[in-house]
Write a protein that binds this ligand. Structure first.
Ligand SMILES: [Zn+2]
Length: 327
């Protein structure tokens, strides 16, 4: 994960964790010091011995035997300290610093490599800063209502809208979500307005975020504006977010203002993400021939050739929902 930006904020979060834990330890020490000073006395002895041992190792005039003796003494005292704590009803670790992540000791890094907890923080932070958190609070699989899709065939379609949606859900729930880390499937949701594309995109966004992945959700109009920022203001953290996030959702492709710039930049994003195996979910009200007509041959061939095509169709669900509300 190479996402730039947010690093300063994330490092501050780690600073705060370490600060809070240091304070908490101080309080625990003060408590023990008041109630059972003999334990703190022991703790001080351990520290003194550790220091002496360090000096002895540095000087390297003392033999290994001396150092071994130090080690043995220190271990004995530590065991004794734990016993004393336990005897008095405390956790044996009560006087130790507590780590939220023992792997990186709350620094975010293991050597030069980012710890897994770093990414969790990044996802949370991005999630909190995006409007997505509010949107998916109600638009998610818990509230998905298959009954909104009719059991009556529409026109020449092979399945009823309901059966069609069941097929799409089956893929999403049985393959796409469980295998998200392994698969490289991009999805294109296309079909008439109000057929559930955006809603299902939100459901997927929430599910993927809950799995701990970074999802970036943009309408195509927002995306084009962002690409302009990147190109003309050199916003490199925005660029890495769009190119590197685990899932980029582009909603309502075809509604953006089209010109040479937007078509070129859009192609670059789609192409770069395909080449680096970064997943995308794109939804559009356009038909497949409509996509070819509106975009360059290059974009159309990527979208139609490299994406799993999911056709949505139904009566307008937004209208249906409103009618039911007003009943
Ligand atoms: Zn960690």
């Amino acid at each position: 994960m190479m996402i730039k930006g947010y690093q300063t904020e994330i490092l501050k979060i780690y600073d705060k964790i370490r600060e809070d834990e240091a304070k908490a330890l101080k309080l625990r020490k003060a408590e023990i010091s008041e109630k059972f000073p003999e334990i703190i006395e022991l703790d001080n002895q351990i520290q003194k011995l550790s220091l002496k041992m360090a000096v002895s190792i540095l000087k390297s005039t003392d033999g290994e035997k001396v150092i071994d003796e130090f080690k043995e003494n220190i271990t004995d005292l530590r065991v004794k300290k734990c016993e004393m704590l336990v005897e008095r009803g405390y956790d044996p670790e009560y006087l130790n610093l507590r780590y939220h992540c023992t792997k990186c000791k709350d620094t975010g890094f293991i050597g030069p490599v980012k710890c897994s907890c770093y990414k969790q923080k990044l996802v949370k932070l991005y999630y909190k800063n995006s409007e997505l958190e509010n949107t998916v609070a109600s638009n998610n699989f818990d509230n998905f209502d298959l009954n909104l899709f009719s059991n009556h065939k529409l026109g020449d379609e092979k399945f009823t809208p309901r059966k069609n949606m069941e097929n799409i859900l089956q893929f999403v729930l049985r393959e796409y979500l469980p295998d998200f880390s392994k698969i490289s499937t991009n999805m294109l949701f296309y079909g008439n307005p109000g057929s559930g594309k955006t809603y299902l995109s939100y459901c997927i966004a929430k599910a993927i975020l809950d799995l701990g992945y970074l999802v970036v959700y943009k309408t195509s109009d927002e995306l084009i504006k962002n690409l302009r920022e990147i190109r003309f203001n050199n916003d490199s953290s925005l660029e890495s977010l769009i190119l590197e996030c685990d899932l980029l959702i582009i909603d309502d492709l075809g509604a953006e203002h089209l010109n040479e710039f937007s078509i070129t930049e859009l192609f670059n994003v789609i192409n770069k993400r395909i080449l680096t195996n970064k997943k995308m979910l794109i939804s559009t009200n356009l038909t497949l021939p409509g996509i070819t007509k509106q975009y360059s041959e290059r974009i159309a061939s990527r979208l139609i050739g490299e994406f799993k095509l999911c056709k949505f169709y139904s009566e307008d669900i937004r209208i249906k929902k409103n009618l039911e509300k007003n009943k």
